[in-house]
Write a protein that binds this ligand. Structure first.
Ligand code: NAD
Ligand code: TYD
Length: 338
């Protein structure tokens, strides 16, 4: 099978491409990525240099001509769309790029795939489309969409477009909705790598509000397996929830992280809460368990220790993705077909 993976230079896309090429000798992957601040081509440089089943193209999923060209000319069998603007705080500062990529870009990809008669299309979405939970209960696939941030609203917009493409055109789209991922290659604007960096530098750890917001953490490889199962076994037109069965308050995550890196809890600094901050996420993934055989494999404490060990061993990666020099280098490396 030849897959078009979009956003493959980001956190989850990188892990997905590595895992899929390692576990499917008969799969090849074309990675289309715009290389925004969150995309790092060097993540997969070893594959670019040594793996004939991997190919990279820099470009924008909103670019209709380019996407038509790739889907038409490269004999693609299926698409997995990870490309997105992904950070809630950035969406609060400026929602526009979120609408452009997450809604219009996703629709452009679906439309091009429909016109080219490409096979299955997995649209990677998020639990955040459901909004927020009270102290009890979990999100199921029939929970109404009620997004609270510009990020989650843009993801919900694409989910609804995907639904409409299935109902209207019988376009073979499937949706995955997963909870908070953690693991190698996560950009240090998200909770775990940001807190790790600050702790290492003995800087304050900015916990929003009281720190009692709850997220359901899943190790990134478990999410990638969920996407793989959806692609290979899922029902077209269906959305599937994925979660880690690991509900944790933010303050508890930060405390555990501090204990792993051997830094004092006095570094914790409570800061002004995020506007519209969702209180609690928790996923009921029984549909994916029953239909796809999905189960998360890594307990949170073990996954967190493994993740911190990866950051410890990859400090140059962290330095690289934060540096302006790196950005300039990426922009001059190859031209953008955007
Ligand atoms: P990320 O921000 O790390 O990576 C996004 C990637 O998309 C980057 O490589 C970026 O360069 C690329 N990109 C952005 N705009 C693009 C465009 N217009 N054209 C082509 N490429 C573009 O994000 P992530 O955390 O890896 O998330 C991947 C997907 O999974 C997103 O759709 C996100 O909504 C979803 N998701 C993330 C989480 C999580 O916890 N991180 C949880 C559930 C779902
Ligand atoms: P984040 O990693 O941004 O993911 P999301 O907003 O998609 O869940 O944040 C995870 C949780 O951590 C969320 O409740 C917000 C909180 N948070 C902080 O308290 N401080 C921070 O600096 C960040 C980035 C997040």
């Amino acid at each position: 099978m030849k897959l078009l993976v979009t956003g493959g230079c980001g956190f989850i896309g990188t892990n997905f491409i590595r895992l899929m090429l390692a576990s499917h000798p008969d799969w090849s992957i074309l990675n289309l990525d715009k290389l925004t601040y969150a995309g790092n081509r060097l993540n997969l440089l070893d594959l670019e240099e040594n793996e004939p089943r991997y190919e990279f193209v820099r470009g924008d999923i909103c670019n209709r001509e380019l996407v038509m060209d790739l889907l038409g000319g490269k004999r693609i069998d299926a698409v997995v769309n990870f490309a997105a603007e992904s950070h809630v705080d950035r969406s609060i500062n400026d929602p526009s790029p979120f609408v452009a990529t997450n809604v219009a870009g996703a629709q452009n990809l679906m439309e091009c795939a429909r016109q080219c008669g490409t096979g299955r299309f997995v649209h990677v979405s998020t639990d955040e489309v459901y909004g927020t939970l009270g102290p009890s209960g979990k999100f199921t696939e029939t929970t109404p969409l009620a997004p609270n941030s510009p990020y989650s609203a843009s993801k919900a917009g694409a989910d609804l477009m995907a639904r409409a493409y299935f109902e209207t055109y019988r376009f073979p789209v499937l949706i995955t909705r997963c909870s908070n991922n953690y693991g190698p290659y996560q950009f240090p604007e998200k909770l775990i790598p940001l807190m790790y960096l600050n702790a290492k530098a003995d800087k304050g750890l900015p916990v929003y509000g009281d720190g009692l917001n709850v997220r359901d953490w899943i190790y990134v490889d478990d999410h990638c397996r969920g996407v793989e199962l959806t692609l290979t076994k899922g029902r077209e037109g269906q959305a599937y929830n994925f979660g880690g069965n690991a509900e944790e308050t933010n303050i508890s995550v930060v405390r555990t992280l501090l204990s792993i890196v051997g830094k004092p809890e006095s570094l914790i600094t409570h800061v002004t809460d995020r506007p519209g901050h969702d209180k609690r996420y928790a996923m009921d993934f029984s549909l994916a368990a029953e239909e796809l055989g999905f189960a998360p494999t890594l307990p949170f404490d073990q996954g967190l220790a493994q993740t911190i060990a990866w950051y410890e061993a990859n400090t140059t990666w962290l330095e690289q993705v934060q540096s302006g020099e790196y950005r300039t280098f990426m922009d001059s490396w190859y031209g953008e077909r955007a």
